[in-house]
Design a protein around this ligand. Structure first.
Ligand code: F6R
Length: 332
């Protein structure tokens, strides 16, 4: 499993080769991302990348089987599912088809690819035999390539290549950092704290520790944390929590917010480990941070002697969903 993360810089080059394979002719009112779990996170990452881009269409993240009602032919919809068979995502695909032809499918295989071929919807494929959560850069780059080639660029091809080079030259550092984080979180309940600009990475970290290490995790986002969560800790410092703070933004306000928060946790007696994201831009920081938390979750699984690859309860959930698929999926 560790290998599937360490391959990121090399493997993602495949998406560089097909960067402009899919191009859409639309100036969308909004860009909508539908997907669940490891595939749903792609929408969060695009949202974070778009946040500081002037005049960029609003990015809407849908982790649901229902599409927002406002969507029509003025919008562009990405349907992202590694397996191509996730029922909530398929449901969104059929609902989107009823409203617009501006759809792009990202998947490795499955019913989504069959349907995209059948209905003439553009699609990009991701290599087979990866676990969805480990295919984060593959799926992200597939999307960034479509956006860049369609006049909706968030990351140029040149910067995408540079980010992979950056990741390759910082992999050793990521491994060391990940080992320290795994030690820090061992035998405790992780709490991941970050700022709203990096909310998606905070949730990605949670998902990685959930799925690979099999631990429950709490996520807290600043500055909202200071308006509610902070109170929840007044009587709860005695539980075995362990705090991981993720620093990505270099502005003074965000550093002061983080400093206040770290001191708050230390004062109630909880251990705090900061992860300072390396990288020259948002994409590099997101890739670096994702690699560190992914590896840390695998090392933590090892410490607990758990198999990081196995996700029995997701299978159990998906089996239940299949039983009600006639309710969920209504092909056109
Ligand atoms: C498994 C994982 C899950 C899946 C999710 C949706 O590695 O990360 O969170 O991503 O169950 O499945 P896909 O990605 O196939 O649509």
């Amino acid at each position: 499993m560790e290998e599937l993360y360490l391959q990121w810089p090399d493997r993602t080059r495949l998406q560089i080769n097909s960067w402009d394979k899919v191009r859409v002719e639309v100036k969308p009112r909004s860009i909508v991302f539908c997907g669940m779990g490891g595939s749903g996170v792609i929408g969060d990452y695009v949202y974070m990348l778009s946040y500081t881009v002037k005049d960029y269409p609003p990015v809407i993240v849908v982790k649901d089987y229902l599409l927002p009602e406002f969507i029509n032919s003025n919008d562009l919809v990405f349907i992202v599912s590694y397996s191509g068979n996730t029922l909530e995502t398929l449901s969104c695909f059929y609902k989107a088809l009823a409203k617009t032809r501006n759809i792009v499918v990202i998947a490795s295989n499955g019913r989504l690819i069959e349907e995209a071929e059948d209905k003439g919807i553009p699609y990009k494929t991701i290599p087979l035999n990866l676990m969805p959560r480990t295919a984060l850069p593959d799926m992200l780059y597939a999307v960034l390539g479509v956006l860049d080639s369609s006049g909706l660029s968030l990351v140029s091809l040149e910067d995408a290549v540079k980010a992979l080079e950056f990741l390759a030259s910082n992999t050793k550092q990521a491994v060391e950092e990940a080992k320290i984080i795994a030690e820090h979180l061992y035998d405790r309940i992780p709490v991941v704290v970050t700022t709203s600009r990096f909310y998606g990475l905070g949730f990605r970290a949670k998902n990685e520790f959930n799925e690979n290490s099999k631990v429950p995790v709490k996520v807290e986002i600043l500055p909202e944390w200071g308006h509610n969560d902070i109170v929840g800790w007044e009587y709860n410092g005695r539980y075995p929590w362990s705090i991981l703070t993720i620093h990505g933004v270099n502005d003074s306000v965000s550093e002061l917010l983080m400093e206040f928060t770290e001191n708050y946790y230390k004062q109630i007696g909880l251990p705090v480990k900061p992860l300072i994201l390396s990288g020259n831009n948002m994409l590099e920081k997101l890739l670096y941070g994702s690699l560190v938390v992914g590896l840390a979750s695998v090392y933590l699984a090892r410490m607990y002697k758990r198999n990081p690859a196995e996700t029995k309860s997701i299978v159990q959930y998906k089996n239940m969903l299949h039983k009600i698929s006639h309710e969920l999926i209504k092909p056109r």
